[in-house]
Ligand binder design. Structure first.
Ligand SMILES: [Cu+2]
Length: 368
């Protein structure tokens, strides 16, 4: 079932392959423009919607509540990207069952090589934010990043979308945005707000992009050669670097705002999550034995975002190598393919001790 709003409009001529380019001869279909209506919204995010330590791990530290937000919940005010049905931004698009696990991540944007992605972006927050994509092709008027790049004001509207404003980003997926020779049929990119980048991401503004090789995508953009896809962000959210830190913690925090000035306060407000869930609140990632399952992994941008994603029970292939763990540095993106042969419910967690103890744990399930 298509996740994005796929417009069947022909790609504008200037966005297609250049005449005589090396890729022209394998241009099997005209690219489409995939349009998404995305808003940055303020919400109260519950890192533990179903309770604490759902994996039943035998260590006591994580069972105590440190947020002051309740015994069983850790809730913070945040800003996230959400998808709407159209440009009125009145109706949220229902996230399909298979993508419920995206959690705090923004809507999945997809393209097949040759396609364009058009995002009508509305800023419903009280912050100035943007959307900045990795991997896709963009011009200076759609980079979504605020810095001195010697461009005139006319092409800086994308750099700072103020509260209440709307901006339309147009990005393209040429060959260099899609799989290279060592990749499989699809690659992962991300997008995030890039006004005050670190604070924007810690506030929650990050999401995934998948680009499938030309000719290897179904109509909805999914790669034809896989049965199931999962996206997991090994994401530390440093709530002391959130735009809403003062709101979340209380007015007394202003004096101790500097994160380096109070390591205890900072550690208490570091959330070691997978897709914004801690302690196995990540929805059960469910697949069937023998399916071809593609795992897309990413990570956030804090200096502590150094992770080792580890699967119990099954192995996968990454970069033509057999693995049961994949290393992720800050803002990493990695893709692996698993053909599970061991049935059961299995731990899926970060193997860095502090992260594991801090709750960076999920589970996946292999059915017969
Ligand atoms: Cu980790």
């Amino acid at each position: 079932m298509p996740h994005g709003s796929t417009a069947s409009a022909q790609i504008p001529a200037h966005l297609g392959p250049e005449a005589g380019s090396p890729s022209e001869h394998k241009y099997e279909r005209p690219g489409v423009v995939r349009t998404y209506y995305i808003a940055a919204d303020e919400i109260d995010w519950d890192y533990t919607p179903l309770g604490r330590n759902l994996a039943g791990l035998p260590h006591a530290e994580t069972a105590e509540d440190e947020s002051g937000a309740g015994i069983h919940h850790r809730v913070y005010h945040k800003a996230i990207y959400r998808e709407y049905t159209d440009a009125t931004f009145k109706t949220l698009k229902i996230r399909p069952q298979q993508w419920q696990h995206l959690g705090i991540l923004g809507p999945l944007l997809r393209a097949e090589v040759g396609d364009s992605i058009r995002v009508v972006f509305k800023n419903n927050t009280h912050l100035s934010v943007t959307m900045h994509p990795h991997g896709l092709e963009y011009k200076k008027d759609a980079e979504g990043a605020f810095y001195n790049d010697s461009t005139p004001n006319a092409v800086k509207l994308d750099d700072k979308v103020v509260p209440g404003a709307t901006f339309t980003y147009l990005w393209t997926a040429p060959e260099r945005s899609g799989p290279a020779s060592m990749d499989e049929s699809s690659v992962l990119w991300m997008y995030h707000s890039h006004f005050v980048e670190s604070t924007d991401i810690n506030t929650g503004l990050v999401g995934p992009i998948i680009v499938t090789a030309r000719g290897q995508a179904r109509a909805d953009g999914t790669p034809k050669d896989v049965d199931r896809e999962f996206i997991t962000d090994f994401a530390i959210f440093d709530e002391t670097d959130s735009w809403f830190f003062d709101t979340n913690i209380g007015s007394q925090s202003r004096a101790i705002r500097l994160k380096s000035g109070n390591p205890v306060l900072r550690e208490r407000n570091m959330l070691y999550t997978i897709n914004g869930y801690i302690e196995a609140n990540l929805p059960m990632l469910t697949m069937r034995r023998g399916e071809r399952v593609r795992w897309y992994l990413l990570s956030n941008s804090n200096e502590e975002d150094i992770h080792m994603a580890h699967w119990h029970g099954n192995t996968l292939v990454w970069n033509k190598m057999r693995m049961d763990s994949i290393f992720l540095g800050p803002m990493a993106m990695a893709v692996g393919t698993m053909i599970p042969d061991s049935e059961g419910t299995w731990l899926f967690h970060c193997h860095v001790n502090d992260h594991y103890v801090g709750g960076m744990v999920g589970r996946y399930q292999v059915l017969p």
